[in-house]
Design a protein around this ligand. Structure first.
Ligand SMILES: [Zn+2]
Length: 222
């Protein structure tokens, strides 16, 4: 009855979902531009940060294009509170990575954190559910306490210091390193574009002894 007045719609195309469809309709599910990077051992994501960050493995689930259905999904996730999209993408990628030898050695999944004021404003980190589902699938720990964002990116941009993030090395920091020594970390984020965020996180994480770093994102802008 409730469905009649508030129909559940596809997060990508807004068509009404039937009872057996969740988050996105079957048509969109098949139209989503999957990268298949982790099936093809593609280096496409690693290439973005070549010479800047040493990554063991890196993948993205979807190709991002402006005005496409992936943009619609990420918009609904980030700005409209539809966290079920994060769960949906995490379950999907988690299942695929669990069937991939390269990702079996992951110990800890860490989400790229939001700055505290942004987290308060949005109410959630949009990659939390994504990361938790992947950690669950890989039998790894999920840890969103150890890596923190120490400055607002907005403030940095405002001050025209965008290029200096990495020189400063102060955009992110870790609260402790004991629990990460010798571990293989999978960093998760929503979208990789220039790799600046990954680089800034890696800058602090790769200082820890014997650490290995891999990356998984919902999408890649290419
Ligand atoms: Zn749809």
């Amino acid at each position: 009855m409730l469905n009649l007045f508030f129909p559940v719609v596809c997060e990508a195309c807004n068509s009404v979902l039937s009872d057996n469809q969740k988050v996105v309709c079957t048509l969109c599910r098949h139209q989503l531009p999957v990268t298949n990077y982790h099936f093809n051992n593609s280096e496409a994501v690693k290439k973005i940060v070549y010479g800047r960050v040493q990554l063991e493995n890196a993948t993205a689930l979807l190709h991002f294009s402006k005005k496409g259905i992936v943009q619609q999904l990420l918009h609904n996730l980030k700005y409209r509170g539809h966290e079920q999209i994060s769960t949906f993408l995490g379950e999907w990628l988690g299942t695929e990575l669990n069937n991939n030898d390269a990702y079996q050695a992951i110990d800890i999944v860490i989400p790229v954190p939001l700055y505290k004021t942004k987290l308060r404003k949005r109410g959630y980190n949009q990659v939390e559910k994504f990361g938790k589902e992947i950690a669950n699938a890989l039998n790894a720990e999920y840890n969103d306490r150890v890596l923190v964002k120490t400055k607002s990116t907005k403030t940095q941009v405002f001050k025209g210091r965008l290029k200096r993030w990495n020189d400063d090395g102060a955009l992110f920091s870790i609260t402790e390193n004991e629990s990460l020594i010798g571990k293989h970390i999978l960093l998760v984020d929503d979208i990789i574009t220039t790799g600046a965020t990954v680089e800034a996180c890696a800058l602090v994480l790769l200082k820890i002894d014997n650490i290995k770093l891999s990356l998984a994102t919902m999408a890649i802008a290419d």
